[in-house]
Design a protein around this ligand. Structure first.
Ligand code: KG4
Ligand code: ZN
Length: 362
């Protein structure tokens, strides 16, 4: 169930070492990072087995699983990194946005450790952490900023201008479903199981992306916002028939299913790539970074790489192991906040919402 990764190692003098805790949705993850880049441990306890039979994340079950997994994940991360409490400079934790019950589990654990170990507590914005996650692999010598960040996950789809880890402006966000949510719902419509993204990608590999012309909602010529509810409904009606929500799947061959998956993926990724390039033009920035669970999609990675190369734009892809939710990205952004003196008190509160607040610059 757990996996320990150490993707980046470096040497040097006295650098800050931060423990990062992530429990905003359905992954319990704890990491230890030194210098915001050197990942000494990154433990991820997934909950796929808990939610699979419901076809989506059940918040109450996710909270309970975090309670069961978190203590062990913290111990494993500390042992994997080979550090004791004395070497930890701060405890960073996802404070927003996310499922309220899930956030509270991580926040309570982080507050308890901060109090018991007499260390600073740092609340981290999860979406901002995804936006900065490509930097984990680049190291301190090559920060990619300023960059346009495309954050595509199960709960968020945002374009951001990242001037630096502590100066992030939201340029556009989804007005309905997130990209990952659309992948998950299409997987459910096609009877492919949960989580949907990886399985849609796998099935789409043997499908024809031009078989069906699903809507590519651009919201006009100017908008940097996204909408994925139309494509989801189009897939639903393609499978079951116009206006129908059941009964059609049994009539589809496995090739039909693959064609629908490939056509959906092509349309969704086409919009993500087009809007990212629109943000590049709008900001005049010549660098793009991409993070979040959907950034693990190879078709998206390849499509964006080809589009950026064509325009002479530099693309930094978040390493696959830091695309889906992880403690490493929380510790990385937490280190920048610590270095800037932006610690929180033990009165720090969890906030379920986030995207609208980011747009207003909070
Ligand atoms: O970032 P993440 O772990 O959690 C949130 O912050 O929401 O993203 C999870 C989402 C899920 O919707 C999952 O289906 C999607 O990322 N995902 C993918 C792939 N791997 C994960 N979507 C498309 N292709 C993938 N390979
Ligand atoms: Zn996430």
């Amino acid at each position: 169930m757990t996996e320990v990764t150490a993707c980046w190692m470096s040497e040097g003098g006295r650098e800050l070492t931060v423990l990062g805790i992530e429990t905003s949705c359905d992954e319990t993850s704890v990491a230890v990072l030194t210098g915001a880049h050197r990942v000494r441990s990154n433990v991820v306890a997934t909950q796929f087995d808990v939610h699979a039979k419901y076809g989506g994340v059940v918040p109450e079950l996710a909270s309970r699983a975090h309670i069961e997994n978190l203590d062990g994940a913290i111990q494993e991360a500390m042992a994997g990194a080979g550090v004791g409490r004395d070497e930890i400079d701060a405890v960073a934790v996802t404070a927003r946005p996310g499922l309220m019950g899930c956030l509270l589990i991580g926040l309570t654990a982080a507050k308890t450790l901060a109090l018991a170990w007499a260390k600073p507590l740092i609340g981290v914005n999860h979406v901002h952490a995804h936006a900065c996650s490509a930097a984990i692999d680049l190291g301190p010598a090559a920060p990619p900023w300023p960059a346009v960040a495309l954050v595509v996950s199960g709960g968020h789809t945002s374009l951001m201008l990242v001037r630096g880890p502590l100066d992030i402006e939201t340029l556009g966000t989804t007005i309905d479903d997130a990209a990952g949510e659309a992948f998950d719902k299409v997987a459910s419509i096609l009877g492919l199981g949960f989580p949907g993204g990886p399985v849609v990608e796998k099935v789409a590999a043997s499908g024809n992306p031009r078989a069906y012309d699903f809507p590519r909602t651009m919201l006009g010529d100017e908008s940097l916002d996204f909408s994925f509810s139309g494509i989801k409904t189009a897939v639903l009606y393609r499978v079951h028939g116009p206006g129908k929500t059941a009964g059609g799947l049994a009539r589809m061959s496995s090739q039909d299913v693959a064609d629908v998956a490939a056509s959906f993926q092509s349309a969704a990724v086409g919009v993500l790539v087009a809007k990212t390039l629109r943000a590049v033009e709008r900001t005049g920035t010549r660098t793009v970074v991409i993070g979040g669970g959907v950034a693990a999609n190879r078709y998206l990675r390849e499509s964006l790489a080809a589009a950026c190369q064509k325009r002479g734009v530099t693309l930094h892809l978040t390493p696959m192991c830091y695309c889906t939710d992880n403690g490493a990205m929380i510790a990385a952004l937490g280190t920048h906040l610590l270095a800037a003196g932006r610690m929180d008190s033990l009165a720090l509160e969890a906030q379920a919402a986030g995207a609208g607040e980011e747009r207003r610059g909070k």
